[in-house]
Design a protein around this ligand. Structure first.
Ligand SMILES: NC(=O)c1ccc[n+]([C@@H]2O[C@H](COP(=O)([O-])OP(=O)(O)OC[C@H]3O[C@@H](n4cnc5c(N)ncnc54)[C@H](OP(=O)(O)O)[C@@H]3O)[C@@H](O)[C@H]2O)c1
Length: 333
């Protein structure tokens, strides 16, 4: 295979605005087809994004012999079923987060992946972002001392009735949409799996989706707390507190592509003057994700975020709902 030829399911906002624009001009891959429930919509997206083929269904993309790999940015409730169709057609699949709404669903995806011998992974672009790779290295180096506490926050304001984030039937709500990020990045940076958790969730009375949540996770070496909201001013941060220093990821999730990402190392001066600023080279985390995933296909390597990782993340997110509903700690081991 010379270049990986990608097909896209749905003219999703994330695909049109971030992922496909980030995949232009590569020697490793190209986007060759996009399908939508509306042919008109597919044609418009294809002409705006220079994609040669447009289809009025997802099935035509999946069955196109000139497509090697599929990017699946459909609503959360359609991730597993369409990924399975792609795998059964012999295609590699990069599926948007959260990959599944039930961890048990990932078992059938893992079996299908193994049966068809294709690459399948979850689109946590943060795993390919150099700032998170650096965070993991710094924590692993021991320079901060033993990490004992982690804190996260992620919020935005969205009460649009027609948005998939506000529809329970599409797997909407804050936990699935953004709670997945503090969970994934803490697992990624610490290199550990949490043992138990408890949570508070508040649900929007009109939509029935969770709009505010706070979670405590017990990792083997650290305690983590994070809050998320779909109805607060936009904000995001992650902190890792060590015995000697603390590390702050300034824009941990929606990292900009036009300015350097910054990691701040706090040396313990509470006035905030002793802060070491690490500026990362400007990069696009969606390009890095496409590079890493395409290389995994071309060189038969591990995908950046495996289905086994997706299984763990989903188990944790499911446990958050259980803990909040039953008002108790839920064991994860
Ligand atoms: N990694 C990231 O940074 C990131 C950021 C944002 C979102 N996401 C993920 O990407 C996925 C899409 O998010 P988005 O914000 O781009 O959503 P969106 O704009 O609403 O796109 C979803 C697409 O799914 C298709 N679709 C099929 N059945 C649908 C239904 N019943 N209702 C609505 N749409 C339906 C539509 O495509 P057609 O009409 O063209 O068929 C629609 O454009 C979600 O899983 C989300 O979690 C990831």
């Amino acid at each position: 295979m010379k270049k990986v030829r990608w097909g896209v399911l749905g003219a999703a906002k994330i695909a049109r605005e971030k992922v496909i624009p980030a995949m232009r001009g590569s020697d490793l891959y190209e986007v060759t087809a996009i399908g939508s429930r509306s042919l008109e919509k597919a044609k418009t997206a294809a002409s705006q994004l220079d994609i040669p083929k447009s289809y009025g269904s997802y099935e035509e993309v999946i069955n196109d012999p000139d497509v090697d790999a599929i990017y699946n940015p459909l609503p959360n409730d359609l991730h597993v079923s369409y990924t399975l169709k792609c795998i059964q057609a012999g295609k590699h699949v990069l599926c948007e987060k959260p990959f599944a709404l039930k961890a048990s669903d990932l078992k059938s995806v893992i079996s299908a992946r193994d049966e068809y011998g294709v690459k399948v992974g979850e689109a946590f672009m943060v795993a390919s972002n150099p700032q998170w790779i650096r965070v993991k290295e710094i924590i692993g180096s021991g320079d901060l001392g033993k990490i004992k506490a982690v804190q996260g926050f992620f919020s935005y304001f969205n009460r649009q009735e027609d948005n998939i984030r506000n529809k329970p039937e599409n797997g909407g709500g804050g936990v699935w949409d953004i709670g997945c990020y503090p969970v994934f990045t803490s697992r990624f940076a610490l290199g550990e799996e949490p043992q138990k958790l408890t949570a508070l969730l508040d649900f929007d009375p009109d939509f029935g989706t969770d709009q505010l949540g706070s979670v405590i996770l017990q990792y083997p070496s650290a305690q983590m707390t994070f809050s998320i909201s779909t109805q607060l001013m936009p904000y995001q941060r992650m902190f890792f507190f060590g015995e000697k220093k603390a590390l702050e990821v300034r824009i941990p999730f929606n990292a900009p592509i036009d300015q350097p990402n910054e990691i701040h190392i706090h040396h313990g001066d509470i006035t905030g003057h002793q802060v070491e600023v690490i500026q990362m080279p400007i990069s696009d985390q969606y390009t890095k994700q496409a590079d890493d995933f395409s290389r995994a296909i071309l060189e038969d390597k591990e995908v950046p975020v495996s289905l086994e990782s997706a299984y763990q993340n989903t188990r944790i997110l499911e446990a958050i709902f259980q803990a909040a509903k039953e008002n108790r700690w839920v064991a994860l081991t």
